[in-house]
Design a protein around this ligand. Structure first.
Ligand code: NAD
Ligand code: ZN
Length: 341
């Protein structure tokens, strides 16, 4: 089969011919229909320090996908050939303390599809039955193909009660924007999103986020005054990984505020911990999606009318993957979805 492979320890990905993975008794083989590019894939393409120490070469990359079941292992009971599915890209051990307590997202031995084991930029992908998620008819293919990052947004946004709360989202990348959309749907009072990139601010406006702030020009306290907020935000969703954004969020929180942190900073950075203490803030790190409660909520949001299609700015054929990565590397695209057929 054809697959996009990190086959050399240098910048780029290459379309190569590799064997079709063979499903074990508990595995499902999926014929990939669409696969989207994640920031992680861009790190792998760029072959940065993180990628160099994490990715064994050769590796088939990619983990955001939708497809159709082509084959099921002999012990698989839940799924059948022909079903339309996506799936959880974190493969958990099922045996550690957290897994056994039903907290798979906290597994101590998580393996990443397209990171530690072959991924979805391929004609076929093999994952355990446990990781497969059936996609209802109302969910379009391209939306199911971005369920992995949408799940990051949903997991982060639903970390704290949002009903009637004022929510600040820092970072209007695809995940930040989806997080803001979810916050509004989940009952937030005011939703403010910040970024410093005009293209991203434009995308946030286009999808109808109430208050879109250019953090390079406008101070958050000004914005809060303008929209009638006096004391500060109740909930923060950090979706940028940018130290100045995180610091401004801490400044803008109300006493007792809660912050869910998804954004990954390239290097360690400092914050004023005394502000965390005297404001009595709660900070919660977020990784991946809850298995499988986040998937359940994602499907419910889409079935309830949440339209994610404006987040997808590039729909291309797999052969145009170089253009897709170029768009992602520019930092100004929304999601890039690549079609296998
Ligand atoms: P992205 O890079 O597309 O978006 C980040 C946005 O933050 C960009 O639009 C950028 O312009 C903006 N930004 C930079 N400096 C800013 C500032 N000072 N104030 C406000 N905004 C600023 O990333 P994404 O794909 O939307 O993902 C969001 C973040 O989540 C990234 O940091 C990513 O690495 C991280 N992530 C974490 C997980 C996890 O499991 N924890 C999973 C996926 C992604
Ligand atoms: Zn485990």
């Amino acid at each position: 089969m054809r697959a996009l492979v990190k086959s050399k320890p240098e910048v780029g990905l290459w379309m190569e011919s590799v064997p079709v993975p063979e499903p074990g008794p508990n595995d499902v083989l999926i014929r990939v229909k669409k696969s989207a590019i994640c920031g992680t894939d861009v790190h792998i393409w760029n072959w940065d320090q993180w990628a160099q120490k994490t990715i064994p070469v050769p590796m088939v990359v990619g983990h955001e996908f939708v497809g159709e079941i082509a084959e099921v292992g002999s012990a698989v009971t839940k799924y059948h050939v022909g079903e339309r599915v996506s799936g959880e890209g974190h493969i958990v051990c099922g045996k550690c303390r957290n897994c056994r307590a039903g907290r798979g997202h906290l597994c101590h031995y998580t393996q990443g599809v397209g990171v530690n084991r072959p991924g979805s930029f391929a004609e076929f992908l093999c994952i355990p039955e446990h990781n497969v998620v059936a996609i209802p008819d109302e969910v379009p293919d391209e939306v199911a193909a971005i369920f992995d990052p949408f799940g990051n947004a949903v997991h982060t946004a639903l970390s704290f009660d949002l009903v009637g709360e004022d929510v600040l989202v820092t970072g209007a990348g695809p995940i930040g924007i989806m997080g803001a959309m979810v916050a509004r749907r989940a009952g937030a009072r005011k939703v403010v999103i910040t970024d410093i990139n005009p293209a991203r601010l434009e995308l946030a406006r286009k999808v109808g986020i109430d208050h879109v702030v250019d953090a390079s020009r406008q101070d958050l306290t000004e914005v809060m005054n303008e929209i009638g907020m006096t004391e500060g935000f109740d909930v923060g969703l950090e979706m940028s990984g940018a130290p100045p954004a995180f610091r401004s969020m801490i400044d803008a929180m109300n006493n007792g505020g809660k912050i869910a942190i998804l954004g990954i900073a390239p290097v360690a950075f400092g914050i004023d911990w005394n502000k965390v203490i005297f404001k009595m803030l709660t900070l919660k790190g977020i990784y991946g999606r809850e298995m499988f409660e986040t998937w359940y909520k994602m499907i419910a949001f889409v079935q309830g009318g949440l339209d994610l299609s404006p987040i997808i700015t590039h729909r291309i054929r797999i052969d145009e993957f170089r253009d897709g990565f170029e768009a992602m590397r520019s930092g100004s695209s929304g999601k890039v979805v690549m079609d296998w057929y």
